[in-house]
Write a protein that binds this ligand. Structure first.
Ligand SMILES: [Zn+2]
Length: 221
């Protein structure tokens, strides 16, 4: 197979990367017959897309009429090359001449695939807080505040944001509610106690604030 030292700024037809000084590119021919130059890392992808090494393509062109049996043997060999290249590339090339996608991650051009966007935890927390504030729990907290003063408060998300735990704590008593975010989510008192030491570290991460009417607010750092 012919190899060439790439002149400056020559690009691989598959990955589009500019060849490094001294890096070799290989000559290929697409099924419609267009010449392509391919870097070493992309040869497998070129072959998976049924691009032919230029030398073999030329041999097929010149030998086809004169020696049909040799041409057939060559076609079979090329089919095997393409087949094994496809298996290595883990993809099925259609042989339509469209550029194959490079696979190795360190060789890929800058990322084009956006990562999945996770649910915004602050949005879920705010939904849970809205639900808490529209429930009887808010009036319970407001009533306790009249005798106990201003509490500390926290909200923790659990279950991938499907449930929140609201903790409201004074010096000598605390209450916890489980809240399902959403307009009709359930709000229910699940625990209460005296000392804040009884609470988990997460529950004591005081990321909330309670206003005079018992409404919970998220404190953003
Ligand atoms: Zn390449």
């Amino acid at each position: 197979m012919p190899e060439h030292e790439a002149p400056d700024f020559e690009r691989c037809s598959v990955c589009g990367r500019t060849a490094l000084r001294g890096e070799r590119l290989w000559d290929y021919v697409t099924p419609p017959g267009e010449p392509r130059r391919v870097c070493a890392l992309c040869k497998v992808h070129a072959e998976a897309a049924s691009w032919l090494p230029a030398e073999l393509a030329a041999a097929r062109l010149h030998g086809a009429e004169a020696r049909p049996s040799r041409a057939r043997a060559l076609r079979e060999r090329l089919a095997r090359v393409a087949e094994s290249a496809r298996a290595r590339a883990g993809e099925v090339g259609e042989g339509n001449g469209s550029p194959p996608r490079p696979e190795p991650s360190e060789h890929r051009s800058p990322a084009v695939i956006a990562p999945p966007v996770p649910e915004d935890p602050h949005r879920l927390a705010r939904q849970a807080i809205d639900r808490f504030n529209s429930s009887d729990a808010r009036r319970t907290v407001a009533g306790l505040m009249r005798s106990l003063g201003e509490p500390q408060a926290s909200i923790q998300l659990a279950n991938g944001g499907g449930r929140a735990t609201v903790t409201v704590a004074w010096e000598l008593s605390w209450y916890q509610w489980a809240v399902e975010p959403g307009a009709h989510g359930e709000v229910r008192e699940v625990s209460k106690g005296k000392e804040t030491d009884e609470l988990s570290d997460d529950a004591r991460r005081w990321n909330g604030r309670v206003t005079d009417d018992g409404s919970l607010r998220l404190v953003t750092a």
